[in-house]
Write a protein that binds this ligand. Structure first.
Ligand SMILES: [Mn+2]
Length: 398
């Protein structure tokens, strides 16, 4: 893996006519996106599926923001990944220059539609998709593979797509010996599978048969003892938010969409932050005023029409178990009525809470909720929000 990563920049500098394939995850740049992009680029390169092309992993955040992701830093450190060899949003100008010369194509992992922040690269052809989000139906004529399955973690799809084939191919070439990359790559892939499925626990309803099969297949190659132990190590790194301000938490795991209502033509920009830890914890640590300022400032800085914050934490057995909360913050008139509409989404089982209410937040129209359906994450909530914004117009705006 490291020799592959360190070969990329020298090749970009010297091979002036080689085409380039960017492998990129979604703009939340969570552990799943980052590991899927890294390992997929490694497999595409070592399988020689695209001879002569330069393949590179791209993480769609500024490099400096990697420090917000303590689980990713933990996984990089324990797997000897040098993040100086990976490509970040800081490298976008270089990539845009390649796109302008039609030397660029895209391989999407952990999403299946080119994101807004990648718009400058949108003339590049999408040649592959591996994902576990709702299928937007795009790139059917150009992407191969185009594999979208509702498994717990995109890393399970990456493992299933490439791992065994590549191991067998390299083993043959190695005279039957296990190739030296196997331990590092299986250790990388197992991380997001465990995190995304809450340690493969059946009661969390995230793990699908493929996640279980891939995790079981890979564990022996990692030379790690047990999955439970590994899960708790990554999870505690991930849940350690002590060094982050509430504002940093809002931008750490963040996704943004712009949608247009087909009837009213109204365009709405939505941002959804996922935060580890519940409102109670941050109200006590930071005060609710500081939280409210952070929510308001982030929405203003992103010029959003509506912002949402999803909070979650595992309080452990006997203390309420896995808990979720939701904050809905309507910023502009365009989303008038959105809090009531969200309350009407029966699947979420929202219950109003006043934990972080301030006079200012209430008069802005912001509402906070306990979300009693704890299985609904951003991946499930976004389609509800999208439907509310693109369905028939609200009577008040007719
Ligand atoms: Mn994912």
């Amino acid at each position: 893996m490291n020799s592959f990563l360190s070969s990329i920049r020298p090749r970009l500098d010297t091979e002036e006519n080689s085409d380039v394939i960017i492998v990129t995850g979604n703009e939340s740049a969570d552990l799943d996106s980052i590991v899927s992009a890294l390992t997929t680029s490694f497999f595409l390169n070592s399988s020689h599926a695209y001879p002569g092309k330069i393949i590179l992993p791209f993480i769609n955040i500024p490099k400096i923001d990697l420090t917000l992701r303590s689980d990713v830093e933990f996984i990089f450190e324990t797997n000897n990944i040098n993040n100086g060899l990976i490509f970040f949003r800081d490298d976008l100008p270089t990539l845009e220059a390649l796109a302008a010369k039609d030397r660029l194509s895209l391989f999407l992992v952990d999403h299946n539609e080119v994101m807004g922040t990648m718009a400058s690269l949108s003339r590049a052809k999408v040649i592959g998709v591996l994902d576990h989000h709702v299928d937007e139906g795009l790139y059917k004529d150009t992407a191969n593979p185009r594999r979208i399955e509702m498994v717990g973690s995109c890393a399970s799809l990456v493992a299933d797509q490439f791992l065994k084939t590549q191991m067998e191919r390299d083993k043959k070439q190695n005279g039957g010996e296990e190739p030296d990359w196997v331990q590092q790559v299986t250790r990388l892939l197992l991380g997001p599978i465990l995190i995304d499925t809450h340690g493969l626990k059946p009661e969390m309803k995230k793990a699908k048969p493929l996640d279980l099969a891939m995790a079981e297949f890979m564990l022996p190659f990692t030379k790690w003892g047990s999955m439970g132990d590994l899960f708790s190590r990554i999870d505690s790194a991930r849940r350690d938010t002590s060094h982050l301000s509430f504002y940093d938490l809002l931008r750490k795991d963040y996704k943004e969409w712009t949608v247009q209502n087909p009837i009213t033509k109204k365009v709405v920009k939505v941002g959804i932050s996922s935060v580890i830890g519940l409102m109670d914890k941050y109200a006590e640590r930071d005060t609710k005023e500081v939280m409210q300022t952070a929510i308001h400032t982030w929405a203003m800085n992103r010029t959003l029409d509506v912002s949402m914050v999803l909070l979650a934490d595992d309080l452990g057995e006997g203390n309420g178990g896995y808990q979720r909360q939701l904050i809905v913050n309507p910023v502009t008139e365009k989303v008038h009525g959105i809090t009531e509409q969200m309350e009407g989404v029966a699947q979420l089982q929202l219950e109003r809470t006043k934990i972080i209410d301030t006079e200012d937040s209430v008069s802005r129209g912001e509402r906070a909720y306990l979300q009693h359906n704890s299985t609904c994450t951003r991946k499930q909530i976004w389609p509800f929000v999208e439907k509310l914004l693109t369905d028939s117009p609200q009577p008040s705006n007719l």
